[in-house]
Design a protein around this ligand. Structure first.
Ligand code: P6P
Length: 325
């Protein structure tokens, strides 16, 4: 009979201070509760539209609002949290405390999939809070390399929590008693892959370097990549990135001409940065428009960034195309 280490015991052995452990435990416990709400679906009347538009100018699902409130309330009650920011909230939310940590999150990523029973997830990022004053938006605008923890919960056939603190990437599976059990130690992304994830319907809108790279993949063995590729697109970043952490691959959401003034669809602070930290810590790469995403200096809370992340050798092939112009 296999015995598993639970999250509490694993965190106790991690070189993290008690305050950060408290924040991670609060997020993990809330994600366990979100898992139950998501799994109840139509039975709890939580499916469908909320009848509101968020700061992203996107129609909110009922579960976007429900899960945002669950995380917001839990984090406001967590002592070491000085402030929080969410995809679903226009402004940052100070807790009234000073010091400790800031948390940014996408409470239910991929929520357009929720009504059709496809995997969705929660993405979170933890940053140091400023000392000496209550946090304002400018205090959240830290480069991704400053994150002290990042992770996601994926609500799929299993509910899993994938997490990085000081180093490494580890995966925990939620059991029937609501415990997070360590099932995936030291997750590592293969450097090579033959599987790409991109929304092909946008192909005519991409910039030339991205078009060249994907065309090269589609040419298979006779093309510049020298191998035949498979394609996946779940339209849920958490599900696509989880697959890449489990078996390799490259995920792309590039700039496209549909909204030329926006650098892409995905948001830096609570989607691209936490996922990029996980991917880099697992041995992969994560780039925006040629540079590493984790080096981007944020200027706005909800700013977007183009994304290409996953197996290092494929991401470097994309970077080479971008540098060629
Ligand atoms: P599209 C979900 O809405 C999301 O933000 C990501 O989770 C996902 O990768 C992407 O958008 C899907 O976008 O344009 O394919 O629907």
């Amino acid at each position: 009979m296999t015995t598993f280490v639970d999250l509490t015991a694993w965190l106790a052995a991690e070189p993290a201070d008690a305050a950060l452990t408290d924040v991670v435990q609060t997020i993990a416990a809330t994600c366990a509760r979100i898992s139950r709400v998501v799994a109840s679906g139509a039975l709890s009347g939580s499916l469908g539209a909320a009848g509101s538009i968020n700061v992203q100018d996107e129609e909110q699902k009922k579960l976007d609002v429900i899960t945002n409130d669950m995380l917001s309330e839990a984090l406001k009650a967590c002592g070491p949290v000085a402030g929080l920011a969410s995809e679903e909230m226009e402004e940052v939310e100070p807790t009234g405390r000073v010091g400790g940590y800031l948390v940014t999150f996408d409470p239910l990523d991929g929520s357009s999939n929720i009504d059709v029973n496809v995997s969705v997830g929660t993405i979170f990022s933890v940053l140091p809070a400023p000392a000496g004053h209550a946090p304002v938006e400018a205090d959240f605008l830290r480069q991704g390399r400053d994150q002290v923890a990042a992770g996601y919960a994926v609500y799929g056939p299993q509910t899993m929590l994938v997490l990085t603190l000081a180093s490494g990437v580890n995966g925990f599976t939620l059991d029937a008693e609501g415990r997070w059990l360590l099932t995936h130690r030291a997750i590592a992304i293969k450097a090579d892959t033959a599987e790409f994830a991109i929304n092909m319907s946008n192909q005519r809108h991409w910039a030339e370097p991205v078009r060249r790279y994907i065309d090269g993949c589609l040419r298979g063995k006779d093309g510049p990549r020298g191998k035949n590729f498979n394609m996946r697109w779940v339209a849920s970043m958490v599900a696509d990135v989880h697959r890449i952490l489990m078996r390799g691959g490259i995920f792309m959401y590039p700039w496209d001409a549909r909204e030329p003034d926006k650098p892409g669809k995905l948001r830096l602070m609570y989607e691209a940065n936490p996922m990029s930290l996980l991917v880099e810590r697992a041995g992969g790469k994560a780039i925006g428009d040629g540079g590493d995403i984790l080096d981007v200096q944020p200027t706005r809370l909800h700013q977007r960034v183009p994304v290409a992340l996953g197996s290092a050798n494929e991401v470097e092939a994309v970077r080479a195309e971008m540098r060629a112009g």
